[in-house]
Design a protein around this ligand. Structure first.
Ligand code: ZN
Ligand code: ZN
Ligand code: ZN
Length: 306
């Protein structure tokens, strides 16, 4: 009897858990940290101390899944250094309802947090067969012309699909549009993505130098979507200690808050801050987290479903 009761409870909880997943396409957050992850290599300061001690506080590098329950397919955004944990996490959170590998991977740019996870698809690890990787032209040439990525291309582990900026591609019943944003473009251009499902529109800009450098107005762009997951690398300007923050420009959270200060609550509430540097208190300071939430903004969390 006890055994039957046990399986009943387990079965029930799996079922109620599964019901929490939306019936039409949705976004799942698989990581929220800046390229270096959280904790950050070599950081012994207060920001990372707790996360070195307690694994539960660790955060994966920024990544999303677009999940289509109708076709039972999914697409990954960014191939991060944490991809092995993230693929496993996705499998667990979706109760093995989807193939282990995504149908394709969309990548914003050639900074390590966003593309080096591709290494897991080569001969040394998974040796995948023609896994689609969607990228803008400069990132495509970068991967084709530089090892070890060129080997993934020549062995056909991955199959590069060139995106044209501002031209949507269809994936099942969803539309994805890449656009360029100003960023430190040493090896590739930098993309942001607009993701349109039959029911919702999402904006994803994990890295941008400053809102004012972009030829689009971020307030207008946020108004056009339901959910905007945007660059919140640094909270304020004094986070990097001796290292000049101007070397790595990003819109500070306090600047984004000020920019949206006069907008209605429902506009601010579309914003989900993401891509947190280890120094950003939104990762580890509950007082500042509460303040940002009180100001009407959201903080993206690993496992969130939108
Ligand atoms: Zn980044
Ligand atoms: Zn730290
Ligand atoms: Zn970057």
């Amino acid at each position: 009897m006890r055994t039957i009761l046990f399986f009943f409870i387990i079965g029930f909880s799996v079922q109620t858990w599964a019901q929490k997943m939306p019936a039409s396409s949705f976004i799942m957050v698989l990581g929220v940290a800046q390229d270096g992850g959280y904790p950050h290599t070599g950081c012994q300061k207060n920001c990372c101390k707790m996360a070195w001690k307690d694994e539960k506080l660790r955060k994966n590098v920024v990544s999303l899944a677009l999940v289509d329950p109708k076709t039972k397919k999914w697409w990954l955004f960014e191939a991060t250094p944490d991809i092995k944990l993230q693929l496993q996490d996705f499998r667990k959170r979706t109760n093995k309802a989807y193939p282990f590998l995504p149908e394709g991977i969309f990548i914003t740019h050639a900074h390590i947090g966003h593309y080096i996870g591709l290494m897991e698809f080569g001969r040394e690890v998974m040796s995948t067969n023609g896994l689609k990787v969607y990228i803008l032209p400069k990132l495509k040439s970068f991967l084709e012309q530089n090892g070890p990525w060129s080997q993934l291309v020549s062995l056909k582990n991955i199959s590069l699909v060139e995106l044209k900026a501002n031209n949507p591609v269809d994936v099942a019943e969803n539309k994805i549009t890449a656009f360029t944003v100003p960023h430190r473009d040493e090896f590739s251009e930098t993309a942001g993505f607009k993701i349109e499902t039959p029911t919702k529109k999402y904006l994803f800009i994990p890295d941008i130098d400053k809102w004012s450098k972009w030829d689009k107005n971020i307030i207008d762009e946020v108004k056009k979507v339901d959910i905007a997951m945007i660059d919140a690398t640094f909270y304020g300007s004094t986070e990097l200690g001796n290292r000049p923050i101007a070397e790595v420009p990003h819109p500070l959270v306090i600047e984004t808050e000020e920019l949206f200060g006069k907008e209605d609550h429902n506009i601010k509430n579309k914003i989900f801050l993401i891509h947190f540097n280890h120094t950003n208190p939104l990762l580890w300071d509950s007082t500042i987290q509460k303040q940002v939430l009180k100001n009407g903004f959201n903080i993206a969390k690993q496992g969130d479903v939108y």
